[in-house]
Design a protein around this ligand. Sequence first.
Ligand SMILES: [Fe+2]
Ligand SMILES: [Fe+2]
Length: 146
Amino acid sequence: MNEVLKALRKKHNFERSAVEIYSAQIRAFPEREIADRLKAAMANEQEHVNDLRARIGELEGDCSRLGVFFQSAGKVLGFTTTLLGKVFLLRTDISIEKRAVKGYGELLQKVDFDEKSRSLVQKNLEDEKVHIKRWEESIEILKGRQ
Ligand SMILES: [Fe+2]
Ligand SMILES: [Fe+2]
């Protein structure tokens, strides 16, 4: 398999777990501003999943069979964080997103992407940076309420 497809498949798996993590976390927040941010991030992660899947299809690849595993892992991780306190949950999300930014950045350096795949990876990377900002804001919102 070529390196572009391999990279896109890997990110497709991670994005699938991101959707499940946020989906499981929404119910932990009666604070509407934060729940809304989580819903928006979940929808955005779903876009990442769909865009990656579409690009993999255009390159005539198929998605990894491990996808279901990543989905379940995301569910478990998301649920577990809801037991550990809201600030802890948000800090975990920040570290997950930082890893995503780093992972996308490394791929951009290493992999010889075609233009369309490269701009998809770049767009996702920028979105993950926005998620980091959202969780930092959310921690401030929670602190303001104590
Ligand atoms: Fe994402
Ligand atoms: Fe994200």
